[in-house]
Write a protein that binds this ligand. Sequence first.
Ligand code: ATP
Ligand code: FE2
Length: 328
Amino acid sequence: MICLGIEGTAHTIGIGIVEKEGDNCKILANVFHMYKPDKGGIHPRESANHHTKYFPKILEESIEKSNIHIKEIDLIAFSIGPGLGPCLRTTATAGRTLSLLLKKPIVGVNHCISHLEIGRALTKCSDPVLLYVSGGNTQVIAFMDGKYRVFGETLDIGIGNCLDKFGREVGIKFPAGPEIERIALRGKKYIQLPYSVKGMDVSFSGILTASLLLTKKEDIEDICYSLQETCFCMLAEVAERAMAHTEKEEILLGGGVACNKRLQEIVKIMAEERKAKFFCPPDEFLVDNGAMIAWTGLIMKESGMEMSIDETKVRQNYRTDEVDVKWR
Ligand code: ATP
Ligand code: FE2
């Protein structure tokens, strides 16, 4: 079965074309384009306009790359939530249109769960704790009693948001995470920042404020280094607590911030120390992408989940633990 999946919850519009043969996940195409504002943060309507503009191009390119005819597509999947209202509605409209035009079934996919499912499919881990670290989301998720449960999460802003906001104040363009990673490599001195872990939850706004105050007297290299070390150790700590609590022996990374090599290293050390296994898919499947939506759509459909057009209303605050995970 072949699925075309559309991602568009926030700044990225992406289309993935994925084939499922048994348990095998074959990526036929994964094309995406990210909206990058010239200054300031993401404006939801501007981002939705970006998605509208790039959708036809991305559709064409993904079909071309996949080497299939559009008529060979068996299923349409789209990211139904959580995310920014205007972006979600644009994506859903595109999905519904394709479904009706091609006369193929449609499923709306929970964005957060798709990060986990694509990681499971591509790394072949079976029952991991997912450390999901992106711009808007920071969660520790694991499967228990028929659902993906959120064991810990940020109490304020997402880790990526924290990095991007810090970047914006010091003149680094969005997305700031990759540039902060490069600058941090030159840091030599660790400067103490507020370490904020509460049980399995974390918070980043205090660290952000403290880091910005430091810019008046410390070198940017040392601040970026200290910011990363503090935030990433907090994330490794809550992920480890969730692993101990759930007795799971695999840790999987997901979300754009997981592209960070230092974060990967810290989490890997934590896993090795407790004799657990560490998994991380390639970068293009960590950031928001259509392939993860297509793959999750395929396994949902296979377990009998399908939606009528009426049921495809977007869900801005769709929570991870609301989804009935019939495929596991
Ligand atoms: P979600 O909708 O799931 O919250 P998102 O919209 O934030 O996701 P992603 O593509 O998953 O989108 O992640 C983007 C974030 O990842 C940005 O905040 C960006 O700064 C961050 N990021 C990307 N690469 C790196 C890196 N190498 N180091 C740190 N952060 C990174
Ligand atoms: Fe995401």
